[in-house]
Design a protein around this ligand. Sequence first.
Ligand code: ATP
Ligand code: MG
Length: 560
Amino acid sequence: MGDTDTTGMDFIRARVVEDNTTDRFNGKVQTRFPPEPNGYLHIGHAKAISLDFGIAEEFGGKCKLRFDDTNPTKEDEEFVHSIKEDVSWLGHAWEEVVFASDYFEQLCEWAVKLIRDGKAYVDSQTPEEITATRGTPTEVGADSPFRNRSVDENLDLFERMKKGEFPNGTHVLRAKIDMAHANLNMRDPVMYRILHAHHHRTGDEWCIYPLYDWAHGQSDSLEQVTHSLCTLEFENHRPLYDWYIEQLGIWPSRQIEFAPLNPSYTMLSKRRLRALVEEGLVSGWDDPRMPTIAGLRRRGYTARSIAEFLKKVGVSKTESLVDVGLLDFSLREELNENARRLMAVLDPIRVVITNYPEGRTEECRAQNNPGDAGAGDRPMIFSRELYIERSDFMDDPPKKYFRLAPGREVRLKHAFYITCTDVVRDDAGEITELLCTYDPESRGGETPDGRKVKGTLQWVSASHAVNVEVRLFDRLFVKEEMNTLGADDDFRNYLNPDSLQVIPAAKAEAAVAELQPGDHCQFLRHGYFCADTKETAHGLPVINRITGLRDTWAKLQQKQ
Ligand code: ATP
Ligand code: MG
């Protein structure tokens, strides 16, 4: 690149520029995105993806998709598949797909080298003893009684661990560093554990598996990763990352940490999201309320809106809670430009236009997008019997209510002015029908006498409307900060009981029947919607509301 100007760059990009300037990696930029295939990706991963892939793209480098598959009991091919699908959907192309398990043989050879160099030993304490002797931040740990085994004994035991001679939990391989180190990660960390488990790729070939710290940096080094980006919780693992690389004298990859994405009212932890799925608290990993990429996609969020959201959030080293509304703001910005406007009535009440002849119909033209003349228009049929929203009528309205009420006149969007003349009630006193007259001269929103009305309502013709199932969502959790819950603070206590509202038969204009799964639209006055990619009802797609029209975030910004 040759450019040394870092103005306006986040600290990671500035670091890349600096490395290029000092020729640390000979101008090379190699990154990786390293998910563990133990769940579906969530919006937090999208941040890591946009950094790992984005930086490689911007600096002429390459990014690999590396599955960190070192925990065979929790991993599955289904997750490998979904992760690939999600990364592609977000708009990124990997240089190659690799697996940490590709390196198991190499890692073993390096472990043997450390044993030979007196820098690793087989510990035969129980897992409980190992934990108990680790010490605390204020107390040093205690040396294992097995710490001074001879090289030969260690080589022999490690070989037999590998061969499968011992049951789970009987021995581990540990790095020999310093049990009094100020950083607990440096107190003789475990490198290998015995685990007789079937691995989704290597089958039953291995019964020892490397721990994260031992596998990760070495995989980076093998791939000559120049900037190994990860979240802040790995900051105090960096000394160990560097220690392994130094001891082995291998390619000097470098780890850089950034603050994880933490959106309000959103829980991001694959383990906990998995619990939601397994306990049936949501309909699956792609439930439209889930913060997974699959859930967001199904709900109707676009890859572009997610990218815009991440751009607005930025990259820093300081953890902070991000207003989840910023994602909706980004989606609205996009869909306001290009979503087709359609009409639907979610809670219908029948309107009879008493001065409109029975059996007659006429076509109104409705603009598809007022901001985009090129989007064209469509027909909407007007007839004697219509539906409007129940909440658009009030018997005894307060002063500032500009919608329909007895004696009041409103405009029906793209059609006529109507005036309410009477209401019909059932025996219980519930309103069942509104009787109205229309002004045939008011078509298109203007009248010869120039009179104006303040309320404009959406409507559909009763006999031309289609019944669609509409699903409205609210945040899944009622608590703002969901990612710092204490160990005994159960996330289930914060589930929002009203996060899903199903409207089995909303009345929608005929054009809604043509929506294809995944199509977006705006329902006038209701928000932005997306036709579900999985479910249909009445032979029509189920329609998900992505977000409402109200732009609370922008309002908040204006106030500041
Ligand atoms: P989880 O705790 O949700 O399972 P994880 O960190 O264990 O997440 P991995 O599959 O190991 O999930 O993560 C792959 C990459 O995504 C890592 O580099 C990790 O740092 C990054 N990542 C995970 N969560 C976030 C987040 N909230 N914000 C940014 N990056 C994240
Ligand atoms: Mg992890």
